[in-house]
Design a protein around this ligand. Structure first.
Ligand code: PHE
Length: 346
């Protein structure tokens, strides 16, 4: 058999095998087998050296033609197999849009955040500014400027995490009073602000104590502010949080930064004109009072001209009362089963 015959036979068989390749892998193996360096075409062409000079061009042309034919057929087959793979993949990945979806879990503001935001909305509506202060605070603002010098016995009321002699974790949001009073320009108008945030005390955690909890401080300073303004403001807070039919009661108390000072109770149940006083159950919810002149003077405010009221309330305590939560630690464990109960979306 001549070399030409060998080549033609090779072409025929190779074309058949290429067409029979069922996968891209098989096809690639075939390509290597036919056209690769050690492939059958190369093998046959090795015989060229034995040909005469006349025969060589003819055989060379035939070999090229075969190489092109095989290359074309491989490309064709490859396109076909790739399309098959893609079709199979598309068929498998078909999306059934009628299947019920998997609901995405959506979070909601923490219950304490909800209480704080409710208060922020309410006080912004009454023209207050919202001001935040640092949680790592100077002794100066947390105590000294609040009329609690270093040896003051009332410091014992607030067991403190000290960082150094002068730095501490704030035990109350009241230092924001001192910071704001120091900055405020009274020629531009009265000072009305609330300051929500975290506070820290060296307490052993139990159902009613947490070493970290929240406060919302309130401060109003202007000319002619009275205790009536304080009571009206706190009544509005009680109404917003517990309902319009709840009442408040002020009892004398003591804080170094207010004089007079009061503790404020809210009625546990509704109070109507028919409710007998002895039937009302009162629950203590916050501390308040008229700003002590020393606090004003230490911040550079003339206490013979300006005066005001301040209050400090605990969102944790409010939330416990409002929702009947018996253990304050629940607010800080972040158990979703607890938290999702306060979903406002209903
Ligand atoms: N800072 C006080 C406390 O933490 C609360 C308070 C604030 C009382 C403002 C009076 C005025 O107990």
């Amino acid at each position: 058999m001549s070399l030409q015959d060998d080549l033609k036979a090779l072409r025929q068989q190779a074309l058949l095998r290429i067409s029979a390749a069922k996968t891209l892998k098989e096809l690639n193996e075939e390509r290597v087998k036919e056209l690769g360096k050690k492939g059958s075409l190369t093998e046959v062409l090795r015989g060229m050296k034995d040909l005469s000079a006349d025969e060589r061009p003819e055989v060379g042309a035939l070999a090229n033609e075969i190489r092109n034919a095989l290359t074309d057929r491989i490309a064709e087959r490859q396109a076909l197999l790739e399309k098959e793979v893609l079709d199979a993949q598309l068929a498998e990945e078909q999306i059934d849009v009628t299947l019920p979806g998997q609901p995405a879990i959506q979070g909601q503001p923490h219950v304490l955040q909800q209480i704080i935001e409710g208060l922020e909305d309410q006080f912004m509506g009454m023209g207050y500014q919202i001001i935040e202060g640092p949680e790592v605070e100077q002794d100066k603002y947390n105590f000294e400027m609040m009329n609690l010098p270093k040896d003051h016995p009332a410091r014992d009321m607030q067991d403190t995490f000290y960082i150094s002699d002068e730095l501490l974790m704030r035990t109350q949001t009241s230092p924001v009073q001192a910071r704001t009073l120091e900055q405020h320009d009274f020629s531009k108008g009265p000072l009305k602000m609330i300051s929500p945030g975290r506070v820290y005390r060296r307490d052993t955690d139990d159902a009613t104590h947490s070493h970290q909890f929240h406060q919302v401080e309130g401060l109003v300073v202007d000319k002619h502010i009275t205790m009536g303004d304080l009571k009206g403001t706190l009544l509005a807070v009680a109404h917003q949080l517990f309902g319009e039919d709840h009442d408040i009661r002020l009892r004398p108390s003591y804080f170094p930064f207010t004089e007079p000072s009061v503790e404020v109770d809210v009625s546990w149940g509704p109070v109507t004109p028919d409710t007998k006083p002895e039937e009302i159950e009162w629950i203590e919810v916050l501390g308040a009072g008229m700003v002590h002149p020393n606090v004003l003077e230490k911040a550079g405010v003339d206490s013979s001209v300006y005066g005001g009221f301040a209050f400090g309330l605990g969102p944790d305590r409010f939330a416990m009362l409002k929702y009947g939560v018996e253990d304050i630690r629940n607010f800080y464990l972040n158990d979703v089963r607890f938290l999702t109960q306060f979903d406002q979306k209903g």
